[in-house]
Design a protein around this ligand. Structure first.
Ligand code: ARG
Length: 258
């Protein structure tokens, strides 16, 4: 009897371990439609794209996803999590879609499926010292970036970088620059614009762009029905003037990929 108990515990342990490593089944579009609600995850710390206005999740991507969901006939349930957890959660079927300014990369495309891009942008150098402007100027310098981002990947490749410091939140990377703990910060060019507008006296100096990227939402790898439904609705939002109006309100320009 004792042995059976031990055996059962072993079976349960193995089952628990397997369920942790095996990807859960992502919800296809038909299931989401039947339920009427799509679960979307974002970070909420990357203004002006996704951020908290008090306790309310807001931003260009939050409003855009809501426009797209509406076209799909769906209500949105939002989840806000650390940037690092977002794509991993798709594999565990914890949410249906992620929209958090992810650049489309080959590496990420191995793990998730990207939708059509919703804006084009790139990484830009920011420093307190106006002499630090270009990728080449970063040689011998300590550079702050958010963990898990394309900024980290691109800065690592620049020749002669002294050190790349990782921060879980992009806002912490900015703080490190403002307080003089690093020489430069690399982040999205529209985040830079926003940082300048919200703190014009912080002494930040905008440098050059070091790379460009297409930004898209992501769904679980191979969830083709959801990606197709989202892409169709996004195309409609881009065609009917609502994308243009939203983009103009946030950026004073149309940020779609041309
Ligand atoms: N565009 C960059 C990337 O693809 C940064 C995204 C950061 N997003 C965020 N919500 N903090 O990695």
């Amino acid at each position: 009897m004792k042995n059976i108990g031990r055996w059962m515990r072993y079976v349960l342990l193995v089952a628990a371990a397997l369920s942790g490593v095996m990807a859960a089944q992502a919800r296809p579009l038909a299931d989401i439609q039947k339920n009427g609600k799509i679960i979307i995850a974002t970070e909420g710390q990357f203004a002006p794209f996704n951020f908290f206005q008090g306790t309310k999740l807001s931003g260009f991507e939050v409003e855009l996803a809501e426009l797209v969901a509406k076209k799909m006939g769906l209500a949105v349930e939002w989840k806000a999590l650390g940037f690092d957890a977002l794509l991993a959660g798709l594999r565990q079927d914890r949410w249906d879609l992620v929209i958090a300014s992810h650049g489309i990369t080959e590496e990420r495309s191995k793990a998730v499926s990207f939708t059509s891009p919703h804006y084009c942008s790139g990484g830009q150098v920011v420093a307190m010292d106006a002499a630090i402007k270009t990728g080449a100027d970063l040689a011998g310098k300590v550079v702050a970036v958010q963990t898990g981002t394309t900024y980290l990947e691109s800065v690592k490749k620049l020749p002669g970088i002294k050190e790349v410091k990782n921060f879980p939140k992009d806002t912490d990377a900015r703080s490190a620059l403002v307080s003089g703990r690093v020489d430069a910060w690399v982040t999205d060019r529209f985040v830079v614009k926003q940082a300048f507008a919200s703190a014009p006296n912080a002494g930040l100096k905008a440098g050059d762009m070091v790379f460009i990227e297409q930004i898209a939402a992501a769904v679980a790898k191979g969830n083709t029905t959801l990606a197709a439904g989202y892409n169709k609705a996004l195309a409609e939002v881009m065609a009917d003037g609502s994308y243009a109006a939203l983009s103009a309100r946030y950026f004073g320009e149309d940020v779609r990929c041309k």
